[in-house]
Design a protein around this ligand. Structure first.
Ligand SMILES: Nc1ncnc2c1ncn2[C@@H]1O[C@H](COP(=O)(O)OP(=O)(O)OP(=O)(O)O)[C@@H](O)[C@H]1O
Ligand SMILES: [Mg+2]
Length: 386
């Protein structure tokens, strides 16, 4: 087990960075960590790394900037406090974009409503080997039930994934005092960094999510999820959402399990709910989102031999009412087929643009236009969930 004393921790901090849970992770199956204010890290998948390193120029405005590779080491201090420490891979990337000035927001920054919450997110391992948050956050997770839309100051999905990841790493260490657990991660631009209260939608795009290389079992499971959700009809399904509520200063969270259960009307209602801050409908941000979706449609239409299987669109706007800041980015390229990998053998199957992705974009543009034209009202006759 890698246990360190105070001195060893201080040594680490000069050559490496301590990660914290990324509290604005709304979807996904493995934990994303925060490297600095503007940068997150995600477990390295070779196919995703490949995509980021050979991405077409036209997609650069619609993806997160790739910022290199780190090795992340799991350690526990003498009191059981868990630390994940990232070291940059030598020569992996020009470090200019990652200065210390871009570090975590100052706790005194009144604009940074989540800076205090982030500070308090610490995991601890007890003597009996159980892992939990070192403060009241544990209650938020304990109360969290998958598939239920809930209200909370901090995203329970991201906390739950962090805890699971720590449990996995801890169990790998147990029984062998000399083992150290480390794993490679990629560093990516944090799309939510410039938002004070990021309202986020993770939308899985396309009817098909399985990769060419997936096993039969995995294929069948992904086909089933598509068939029983809006993916098969609209080419898009909800995989996670957080919406800032102006009066309570808390977020409403919806997870991917709830997202899979939605029918078309309920999906549309969820998109209406996405613009509802508990006091008004944020219709002022919708046209900017539509414009970006339309521009992305033009780009995807021009890309032949690409398939963004299993990929998501991340839509973000600022919950602070005086901000009209929005963003739309493509994320999750672990199962993407690109022109480079789409060799002679498979190019027969994938030689045109990704029609499934385009269908999803068209559905979204239609629904958002509908919401805008109806002044933020639900046009499908079903009330958004309370
Ligand atoms: N560049 C980014 N900036 C901000 N948030 C991000 C970024 N990339 C991912 N996220 C957050 O992390 C979540 C999971 O990301 P992603 O879909 O890449 O992970 P995954 O585990 O591969 O997903 P899946 O389970 O769909 O395979 C997203 O829902 C989003 O909230
Ligand atoms: Mg994903």
């Amino acid at each position: 087990m890698v246990r360190m004393n105070e001195f060893e921790y201080n040594q680490l901090s000069s050559s490496s960075k301590q990660l914290s849970p990324f509290i604005h992770q709304v979807g996904g199956h493995s934990s994303i960590f925060q490297y600095d204010k503007n940068t997150i890290c995600k477990i390295l998948a070779p196919s995703e790394l490949d995509f980021y390193q050979s991405m077409p120029e036209s997609l650069k405005n619609y993806t997160s900037e790739f910022r290199g590779i780190v090795t992340v080491q799991y350690c526990e201090d003498e009191s059981g406090l868990i630390k994940l420490v990232a070291r940059r891979q030598k020569n992996s990337f020009d470090d200019d974009s990652l200065s210390d000035e871009q570090d975590m927001p100052s706790p005194n920054d009144p604009q940074s409503s989540d800076s205090m919450a982030r500070k308090s997110v610490q995991l601890r391992c007890s003597k009996d080997g159980s892992i939990d948050y070192s403060n009241s956050l544990g209650i938020d997770i304990a109360n969290y039930e998958q598939g239920k839309t809930i209200m909370s100051t901090i995203n329970p999905w991201s906390l739950q994934l962090c805890k699971k990841q720590a449990e996995k790493l801890h169990s790998q260490l147990v029984g062998d005092e000399n083992v150290s657990v480390s794993q490679k991660y990629i560093l990516l631009e944090n799309v939510t960094a410039r938002f004070h209260n990021p309202c986020i939608l993770d939308l899985k795009m396309g009817k098909r999510q399985y990769a060419d290389v997936d096993s039969d079992k995995k294929r069948q499971s992904k086909i089933k999820k598509s068939e029983s959700s809006t993916s098969s009809k609209l080419g898009v399904r909800l995989c996670g959402m957080q919406v800032y509520q102006i009066d309570s200063c808390r977020y409403i969270f919806t997870d991917k399990y709830r997202g899979r259960m939605l029918n078309i009307e309920e999906f549309c209602s969820s998109l209406v709910q996405y613009f509802d801050n508990g006091s008004t409908q944020r219709i002022d941000v919708i046209s900017g989102i539509i414009e970006r979706l339309e521009a992305l449609h033009v780009i995807i239409s021009s890309l032949v031999k690409y398939r963004f299987y299993g990929g998501s669109l991340l839509i973000v706007y600022d919950g602070s009412v005086n901000s009209k800041c929005i963003d739309v980015r493509m994320i999750d390229f672990a199962h993407t087929i690109s022109a480079k990998t789409n060799d002679d053998e498979s190019s027969m199957c994938h030689s045109d643009p990704d029609k499934g992705y385009l269908h999803g974009l068209e559905s979204l543009i239609g629904i958002f236009r509908d919401i805008l034209n109806n002044g933020g009202k639900n046009t499908v006759g079903i009330e958004p969930e309370k």
